[in-house]
Design a protein. Structure first.
Length: 101
């Protein structure tokens, strides 16, 4: 399953529109643009609360922010990301598999 998550997120990053970082993710949630939010396991509670208060669809990534950043092809840690446009990925299937918060 983890390879499916990795492949799906990489495809969304490559072909869709994805915002990286807690601040940008919060902005996209507040504006209603975020279709899915992915949160790293080490995301601070304050950020998690601010995002979940708005009730977006959330996927809890099992790895930490360094792993999430690397998985997305970034050289930096990513605490949270928001998918605005899934592109040709099936990223929304992540939450349909029962991993939704």
């Amino acid at each position: 399953m983890e390879t499916d998550v990795a492949r799906t997120l990489r495809t969304a990053v490559r072909t869709g529109k994805v915002y990286f970082g807690a601040k940008r993710t919060i902005k996209s949630v507040l504006s209603g643009d975020a279709k899915l939010v992915v949160i790293a396991s080490n995301c601070p509670k304050e950020i998690r609360v601010e995002i979940t208060d708005k009730e977006p669809i959330i996927y809890d990534f099992k790895g930490d922010s360094t792993e999430l950043g690397s998985l997305c092809g970034k050289t930096y840690a990513v605490l949270a990301l928001s998918v605005v446009d899934a592109g040709s990925s099936d990223v929304m299937a992540l939450v349909k598999n029962g991993d939704e918060q």
